[in-house]
Design a protein around this ligand. Structure first.
Ligand SMILES: [Zn+2]
Ligand SMILES: [Zn+2]
Length: 276
């Protein structure tokens, strides 16, 4: 099993505690995501250099993703350097910019050329906003792989969600653009991490079983984005997202093959366990 969404330093978690989280939920490895959007507060700013240090310490467990702020002059150069040093993806891309902002598009293009999948956090009014313009991005960069997640991606599984940037409740009334993107664009995947993914899997179980996993399990990835310390909820009042997401996925997976795809095979297909 692979956790495709884990942050080094989340809630002040140390390197050892980050590895504990991976082991605690029973994962073999985790994509360790940096987050360097400049407006993020200290407790949500995760430098790539810390990710690389964890990779040095545990290269078999930590699969490193780099991140740079698209507004920095050296944003592209640093990506190239980190890729040379072993980074296998880019993200968590979360700047307070429109999703189709020209500076971000330079990163999308470079990551496509370098074969680095991009973790993309969509939160309307906050980061990668004007989320519905993701259509334009997916059209323009067919050779770049995007893994979308966050409150707005999972809100937009429904048409006209309320709110579009939070955790809408109840059954899905009309299928929304996020599901259409998964159908239309081979370069789009999604991860179920955090409260947003958990909400999408549990608010309408029939929809999750038939639509999200039934139709798209080959493009859905398990990730926790959990800030707890041990994979069992220590230090996080909500408990471990890993445990909750595993239970939710088991409840709605349409087949054992689909469950294995989401928990492991899809992630390994996108980012092989061994570095280049
Ligand atoms: Zn994240
Ligand atoms: Zn946890």
């Amino acid at each position: 099993m692979i956790d495709c969404h884990l942050h080094m330093g989340h809630s002040g978690r140390t390197a050892e505690e980050t590895l504990d989280h991976c082991r605690g939920i029973g994962a073999d490895a985790a994509w360790i995501l940096a987050l360097e959007a400049r407006e993020k507060p200290n407790n949500c700013f995760f430098p790539t250099d810390d990710v690389m240090a964890l990779y040095e310490q545990a290269p078999g467990v930590a699969i490193p993703f780099c991140n740079t702020d698209p507004r920095d002059d050296d944003a592209l150069k640093r990506i190239e350097a980190y890729a040379k040093a072993g980074c296998r993806g880019f993200g968590d891309h979360s700047p307070a910019l429109s999703v189709d902002e020209p500076l971000s598009k330079k990163l999308y293009k470079l990551c496509g050329e370098m074969g680095l999948p991009i973790m993309l956090q969509l939160v309307e009014y906050q980061c990668n906003y004007n989320c519905l313009d993701l259509t334009l991005v997916l059209e323009e960069f067919p050779n770049t792989t995007f893994i979308a997640h966050g409150p707005s991606f999972w809100s937009y599984i429904e048409m006209a969600p309320n709110p579009p940037d939070g955790y809408p409740e109840g059954p899905i009334r009309e299928v929304g653009p996020a599901m259409q993107w998964l159908t239309d664009y081979p370069n789009l995947y999604a991860d179920v991490s955090g409260q947003a993914g958990l909400n999408a899997l549990t608010r309408d179980e029939d929809f999750a079983r038939e639509e999200i996993l039934g139709k798209h399990w080959q493009k859905i990835l398990f990730g926790t984005d959990c800030p707890c310390f041990d994979g069992h909820g220590a230090g996080f009042w909500k408990g471990c997202y890993g445990e909750k997401l595993l239970a939710a996925l088991e409840a709605v997976a349409p087949s054992p093959e689909a469950l294995l795809g989401v928990l492991h095979n899809n992630a390994v297909r996108l980012v092989p366990l061994q570095g280049k």
